[in-house]
Write a protein that binds this ligand. Structure first.
Ligand code: AMP
Ligand code: MG
Length: 326
């Protein structure tokens, strides 16, 4: 555990710090050490973690009490930071130049060797990315020196926070530091635009309007609700990332040809957490599913995972991976 200057070991409440240079440097330090830091953006307060650190990203889901692994938005401070994370084409560059920094998230194909945790994108081959229009948010990301995954800084199902106090009320000591930048200007989440598909698709309305986007792109947006052929937002799909191999749940052992994905003390092809730690298991889940999705095996058998804490999200994801393919 990392403790910043002046932070007491017995502290149980979130520490709220005005957004001074000192607080921003501390936030960067904590993020680099895998800790969670809440910070303001122009939309709502975000609960940030180092997007390249599986364990730190797992801690976001644990702190929020999310029942499933919705893919997270990865935040960058500068346009140049994107190229290593996602594949950019002319269409993406055009929209970024016009609307960033701002309340617009772009879904783009992951770059080869993208350093972003697979858990951050819930195992997808695409990544949601945004440059926020808030000086404190960008200063914190720059201080961290790496991309920052940040969903809204509230417990799952609660209202998004637009004040530092809202974050403290909702998350308490689940967040190490809250950088206070006053009230959020926009107050609703970003627009999510999918540019990984041939037709640009609006996945979530938000701060940038569909009309503005259509004008900039010079073509109409596909809307997942009107166009059943278009991909929907992954959180709404029964099966959004499924391995190629069949997945069998609650397995006590592997059948002939199957790989066994273990949990807790047991022999397995790969073990999500030999110690039975659900945060470690969440951090490993998508990377391990990919490694086992291999023609050496005929299927993936998965050991039972307890339904407590992050186990609910892990099991939700596994049930989707095991559900019949369309
Ligand atoms: P939030 O957690 O409130 O910031 O919401 C993130 C939104 O972005 C959700 O609606 C996600 O479904 C969407 N999203 C994140 N990553 C992706 C992705 N790779 N593909 C499509 N939608 C995404
Ligand atoms: Mg939210």
């Amino acid at each position: 555990m990392f403790y910043g200057a002046g932070m007491s070991l017995s502290q149980t409440h979130a520490r709220i710090e005005p957004a001074t240079d000192h607080a921003i440097a501390l936030a960067g330090d904590m993020l680099r050490h895998g800790q969670l830091v809440a910070f303001p953006t122009e939309t709502v307060y975000g609960l940030g973690a180092d997007a390249t650190d599986d364990r730190a990203v797992a801690a976001i889901y644990a702190a929020k009490g999310r029942p499933s692994f919705n893919p997270l938005i990865v935040h960058v401070a500068d346009l140049d930071d994107c190229a290593a994370l996602v594949r950019l084409d002319d269409r993406a560059r055009q929209v970024m130049t016009r609307f960033w920094p701002g309340p617009l998230t772009l879904v783009l194909p992951r770059a080869d060797n993208s350093p972003v945790s697979l858990l951050a994108s819930a195992g997808l081959d695409t990544l949601a990315i945004r440059m926020p229009d808030h000086p404190v948010a960008r200063a914190v990301i720059r201080a961290a020196g790496r991309p920052v995954a940040a969903p809204s800084a509230n417990r799952s199902g609660a209202v998004s926070p637009t004040l530092a106090e809202h974050v403290a009320e909702s998350l308490g000591d689940r967040v190490g530091l809250i950088v206070d930048g006053g009230p959020c200007r926009v107050g609703v989440e970003s627009t999510v635009l999918d540019l990984s598909t041939p037709r640009p698709t609006l996945l979530r309305p938000g701060g940038v309007t569909a009309e503005q986007l259509e004008q900039a792109l010079g073509e109409p947006l596909a809307c997942p609700h009107q166009d059943p052929q278009a991909p929907k937002s992954p959180g709404m799909l029964a099966s959004h990332y499924a391995p190629g191999l069949p997945v069998r749940l609650d397995a006590v052992s592997a059948a002939a040809g199957e790989a066994l994905l273990g949990f807790g003390a047991m022999d397995a092809t790969l073990n999500l957490s030999p110690a039975g730690d659900l945060e470690e298991a969440a951090a490993n889940l998508f990377a391990f599913l990919r490694r086992l999705d291999d023609s050496r095996f005929t299927g993936i058998a998965v050991a039972p995972i307890p339904e407590t804490g992050l186990g609910a999200a892990i099991n939700d994801r596994l049930r989707r991976a095991a559900s019949p393919r369309s």
